[in-house]
Design a protein around this ligand. Structure first.
Ligand code: KIV
Length: 276
């Protein structure tokens, strides 16, 4: 079956079919998410926090992202794989931005990249799109700017910032972005943005009226104990299951209940007798 493309996502918006996007960071998460029906796998720089244990997404490097993008691509056949451009891989100059974005497609095998920012990056988005690199935008709460934003907070609640978010979404759509993540935007504003632009919006903490939704793999599965944002719905508590399974294994090792005979290999006793 063919991979999901930028055109298929646009058709989904036009037909009113919701888009399911989820983060994936390795071969098994890609396999599971695709088999479960997600159209888009985002190799988010959230991997810095949920997989690599950093305090924020700021320290994540190109090499770390590429390593994980390749694994996700190996684990998927049909979903679109979007690679998140890490902090400072696109802000310094256009040459570096084009080179780094190109690496995700050429070396990583991703189908698109995602960049945080609004009108201020519209010119860059246009250059990437002209170079043949599909771009997903990301506005509202942009975690790479957590230090500038003063924390992980809802964005666009007053007139000035709400208008700026709508202008940013239009600027990104005009620049050729194929979709935009709206993170932590009031639901009514996200709905207005969604009906004002021709490309799909993918919400996270932005209400039900976006064209699609995205959540972090580890958050919905209960595998990231350090924080649980209000907008996350936890569909499973895998930390408890994993810890319980490992606890049983440790106990069985200590009590010599594991391995059992069925987990062991046999050999002819006469061979054993002949070695010294
Ligand atoms: O890095 C990430 O996982 C993201 C999503 C939360 C949208 O950017």
């Amino acid at each position: 079956m063919d991979r999901v493309t930028v055109s298929s996502l646009k058709e989904m918006k036009e037909a009113g079919h919701k888009i399911a996007m989820i983060t994936a960071y390795d071969y098994p998460s890609a396999l599971f998410a695709e088999e479960a029906g997600a159209e888009v796998l985002l190799v988010g720089d959230s991997l810095g926090m949920v997989v690599l244990g950093y305090d924020s997404t700021v320290p994540v490097t190109m090499e770390e992202m590429l390593h994980h993008v390749k694994a996700v691509v190996r684990g998927s056949k049909r979903s679109m794989v979007v690679a998140d451009m890490p902090f400072m891989s696109y802000q310094v100059n256009y040459t570096d931005a084009l080179y780094n974005a190109g690496r995700f497609l050429k070396e990583g095998g991703a189908q698109a990249v995602k960049l945080e920012g609004g009108s201020e990056i519209a010119e860059l988005v246009a250059k990437l799109v002209t170079a043949g690199i599909p771009v997903m935008g990301h506005i509202g709460l942009t975690p790479q700017s957590v230090n500038a934003l003063g924390g992980y907070k809802v964005q666009g609640k007053d007139l000035k910032t709400a208008q700026k978010l709508l202008d940013d979404a239009k600027a990104l759509a005009d620049a050729g972005a194929f979709a935009i993540v709206l993170e932590c935007v009031p639901a009514a504003l996200a709905a207005k943005i969604t009906e004002s632009i021709p490309i799909p919006t993918i919400g996270i903490g932005s209400g039900v009226n976006c064209d699609g939704q995205v959540l972090v793999y580890h958050d919905i599965l209960g595998m990231y104990p350090r924080m649980l944002p209000k907008f996350v719905k936890r569909y499973a508590d895998l930390s408890s299951l994993i810890k319980e399974a490992i606890r049983q294994y440790v106990q069985e090792v200590k009590e010599q209940q594991f391995p059992e005979e069925k987990h062991s290999f046999t050999m002819a006793p006469e061979i054993l007798e002949r070695i010294y």
